[in-house]
Design a protein around this ligand. Structure first.
Ligand code: ATP
Ligand code: MG
Length: 407
């Protein structure tokens, strides 16, 4: 049997990027031989094993054929006769279809090295179109390597467009899609992920609510970039520049969905877009079965981001409602993430990226003031049940009034 490094490990070594996880391919071996050497089988789908010591993935060389819709619709064939070249041709991109032996001899039948130099994300063969997940993968790699100057090859973008139009994207499971989306959002330039999806028509299929924001104008006084789609991309860009977590990035992507529903006669104003957007945010959340913390933050940011921007003008009673909605007493972290998302929204505007955001500290101060109310003294005064709740609220409101006067 011959063993090669493949995929990301080869690609990233050639790019001079630190390699974290290594994928291996094994040529000329049978499952029985692998088991005899102590490899542990994983995954029911493919002949993939874990190394007994390193835990790294070793896959038997295989060929694949499409036999139905979606990911389940694959038949594969692994046997000692399958060659390295046959295994590499089923891979998505040429830069991912290189292999290396233990002497660092490169096997590169599909010219991955040439495309690395040309900074091109190019599909290996027409079989690319057999797995719609590759549309998302390519967009994710585009987001990751944009800073190095990589773009999607025009003929690959064309295939991605055909795939998007074919209805195949709908066959992706929420789990597989979310895995790609969440990884892409955590890349250095997540906005490129959305741009590439849009360029090939996949955004319209996966997230029509986000796609609809392009071409929708906003008031130039607050939004010099005018276009709502462009704004959304900038907010995402800011979130990555500021190293925000996934929850915040997800909320940034979805915060303005309501603006896509505004009747054209009302443009460029978007009255009550926060509230109108909630059903769209909910739909996108559910479509991809986003994790709970992502779902929750996206809904809250959608509803309250303009409250965040107007924080200094809010009446104490409105401020209290905002803090109560976030349950800042038990969920302080979530409120911090809300503030971060608001700040990214404020900075994600043309020419305003460096602006200060005094609302952030003001909101933190308000939260501290509201939290300073102790329950014990009210209990001692004899409040209980709903009356206790009311008394706590009254005290918090007093504290917020004092806070507003003092700031
Ligand atoms: P990363 O740095 O994100 O791990 P990677 O290229 O190693 O990037 P993996 O998901 O670890 O990506 O997959 C390893 C290799 O398997 C890829 O480089 C590619 O050759 C192949 N591969 C993975 N998923 C697919 C797919 N859906 N279609 C075709 N080839 C794929
Ligand atoms: Mg990998």
């Amino acid at each position: 049997m011959r063993i090669y490094k493949v995929g990301g490990a080869v690609r990233d070594r050639l790019l001079g990027i630190p390699v974290t996880d290594i994928d291996w391919v094994v040529v000329g071996a049978t499952t029985e031989e692998m088991l005899a050497k102590g490899f542990r089988p994983v995954g029911a789908d493919f002949p993939v094993f874990l190394h007994p010591k390193s835990g790294e993935e070793y896959a038997l060389a295989r060929t694949e054929r499409k036999s139905g819709r979606g990911y389940g619709g694959f038949t594969f064939h692994a046997s000692p006769e399958v060659t390295l070249e046959e295994d590499l041709i089923r891979r998505d991109l040429t830069i991912n279809a290189m292999a290396e032996d233990d002497q660092q001899n490169l096997t590169d039948p599909y010219h991955g090295q040439r495309d690395l130099e040309a900074r091109l994300l190019r599909h290996v063969s027409p079989a690319f179109a057999e797995d719609p997940l590759r549309v998302l993968r390519v967009a994710r790699f585009a987001a990751r390597y944009a800073a190095l100057g990589f773009t999607v090859a025009p003929e690959t973008l064309e295939l991605m467009r055909q795939l998007s139009e074919s209805g195949e994207l709908e066959a992706l499971t929420p789990e597989r899609s979310w895995k790609e989306i969440s990884r892409a959002l955590m890349e250095d330039q997540p906005q490129v992920f959305i741009e590439v999806l849009r360029a090939c028509g996949a955004l319209k299929v996966l997230m029509p609510e986000v796609d609809a924001l392009f071409g929708v104008p906003q008031p130039p006084a607050h939004h010099p970039e005018i276009d709502t789609g462009a704004h959304t991309l900038s907010v995402l860009e800011q979130a990555a520049l500021h190293k925000q977590p996934l929850t915040v990035r997800w909320a940034c992507l979805l915060h303005d969905l309501g603006k896509g529903l505004t009747p054209e006669e009302e443009w460029p104003r978007h009255i009550a877009h926060e509230f109108k957007g909630l059903k769209l945010i909910k739909a996108v959340n559910e479509r991809f079965k986003a994790p709970r913390d992502c779902q929750e933050l996206a809904m809250l940011v959608g509803e309250y981001h303009t409250h965040g921007h107007r924080a200094l003008e809010l009446k104490p009673s409105t401020l209290l409602e905002l803090l109560q909605s976030f349950d800042i007493y038990r969920r302080p972290h979530r409120f911090e993430e809300f503030i971060a998302a608001c700040e990214m929204d404020a900075r994600g505007r043309e020419g305003l990226e460096q602006r200060s955001y005094p609302q952030a500290d003001y909101l933190r101060g308000a939260a501290t003031a509201a939290r300073s109310i102790a329950v014990q003294p009210l209990l001692e005064k004899g409040f209980k049940g709903p009356e206790l709740g009311e008394a706590i609220k009254r005290e918090r409101l007093k504290a917020l009034k004092a806070y507003k006067e003092q700031v």
